[in-house]
Structures are given as C-alpha cells and as structure tokens.
Design a binder for this molecule. Sequence first.
Ligand code: NAD
Length: 289
Amino acid sequence: MKIAFIGLGNMGGGMAANLVKAGHNVRAFDLSEDALARAKEVGCATFSAVREAVEGVEAVVSMLPNGRIVRQVYIDDVIGHAPHAATLIDCSTIDVATARAVAEAAHGEGYKMVDAPVSGGIAAAAGGTLTFMVGGERHAFEAAKPILEAMGKAVIHAGDAGAGQTAKICNNMLLAVHMIGTAEAMKMAEKLGLDPQKFYEISSQSSGYNWSLNAYTPMPGVGVDSPADKDYQGGFATALMLKDLRLAMEAADNADAAVPLSSRAAALYEDFAGAGNDGLDFSAIIKTY
Ligand code: NAD
C-alpha cells in the first residue's frame, strides 16, 4: 500500500521502518531533517511537506507530540489533500476531545479515521510489538487493522472515535497509581526490616500482585530485571507519564469523574518531574521514599 507517515521521532521512526519491512510504499514527512534522513535510510521516500507526502496515498499514519500539532496537521494539510478514500490513523497520545474533533472533521469530508494510541515504548515501536487501542467506526477499524498489525502485536477495537485515547489515558493513570503503591509498599517493608526481595517473592504471588511489582520492579536488584537495574535509564520517561497524567486529569474534569487517588499520583509526578527527574524512567519515583 501507499502510506504517508507523519512524525518520525523516537516512536514513528521505528514504526515507519516496520511498514517498509512489511512491503508498503512509505512516504515520510517530519519537520526534522535528521528524522527524515533516518527514514530515508530505512527505505522511506521523503517529502518536504505533508501535502506532498499524502498525494495519492491509501492511508495516512501519524505519530506526533500533542493534540495541537495533530489538529494542525490534519485540518491544514491532510483533510482535503489526501485522497478521500484514504484511511486516516493517528497513533499519537492526545486529549480525547481533540481526537474526537479531528475525527469529526475527517468524517465530514468522507474519510475513515481512527485514533490508535499505543502501549509500549521505543523498543516496542522498533520491534513491531506495540499494542494499539483503536477508536473509530467498525469499517474504519477494519481498514486500519492490517496496517497496524505490521507495527504491533495486538490491535484492539476500543469503541467509537476517542475510545482509543480514553483507554490509553485510563490505563496509564492506573499504571501511575500502582507504581506509586508498589514503591510505597516496598520501601515500607524495607523500613520495617523485611528484605525487599522476600517482600517481592511473597507479594508478587499474593493479592499485592500487579504489573509494576511483578513485571517492572522499581527497586534495583529486586524482582525482575527492569530500568531500576539500569539506573532508571530507558523505559518510560517520567515526562511522558506526566504528559499522560495531565491528559487524564483534563479528561476526568471534562467527564466529571472522581479520581482522588489518581490526582494525588499526578501531583506526585508533577513534583518528581519538576525536581529535574523528567528524563528518568517513571519507576524512579521510588527514590523519593
Ligand atoms: P518525538 O518527539 O521523538 O517525535 C515526534 C516527532 O514529530 C518529531 O520527530 C518531530 O520533529 C515531529 N513533528 C513535530 N511537529 C511536526 C509537524 N507539524 N509535522 C511533522 N512532524 C512533526 O516523540 P515520540 O517519543 O516519538 O512520541 C510520539 C507520540 O507517541 C507522542 O504522542 C507520545 O506521547 C506517544 N508515545 C510515546 C512513547 C515513548 O515511549 N516515547 C510511548 C507511547 C506513546
């Protein structure tokens, strides 16, 4: 297929390369010359404007930093410029309201559009093992699915437009809460004189079982190998967790949802990032205990 790919950063670069590997003709655009040069190396054709990249395509995939940019790219340069039969797929993590507004604008011009944010970081993007949570009408989901399958290990239809973003931010809000809960429990066990490895062995097989403890243990030398064992380098940056928590707090406000625990988690991540830790893996929040 002829596919335009907009936004070839840490995530988009690997994703576009996987579309090329799957045999697609990928037409890449990014504002960064470096990103474009890397895309060219992996076999993408490169263009100097979105409108050129989307000429004659059957699909557009984007992986951009935020909702303001997604809105601008789609409203100014994709909708009305890509062929109307093209399937539009935004994989960026953005606010639910913008995802819905852009999808509505696309539908108004006859396009199929989905929001398809991902779970998984840079390594999963490069390895083609992302999980996509997809919001949009069934026929748009079916059109996007084979394209997303070339970049991921799971493609799940979450519901209508915006449902992918809703799933993503609710998931990451829960992740923040159980990471902080895990950090608190591990440090308290240690202060009470219990060997943290023993605590891990017991709790990871008891009702304290959770992903942060079992699969991403935040304490160095304890439990599974994780960013904690690499001085909290790599993994999922605190800045990105904070971005998702801010989106979650905004969505909670809009939906009038009560989130007392999650808003506390968001405040703790605001403080942690504000203290200069935004580049560390989000599990490094255990260092504040
Ligand atoms: P990034 O900053 O590395 O890449 C974004 C790219 O978009 C950059 O190359 C930038 O030059 C380009 N860009 C910005 N404005 C543009 C425009 N108007 N037109 C074309 N290109 C433009 O960010 P990333 O880490 O790749 O993240 C991308 C998205 O994926 C974000 O929404 C992020 O929240 C989400 N995400 C990231 C991770 C991760 O681990 N990095 C994990 C899950 C989801």
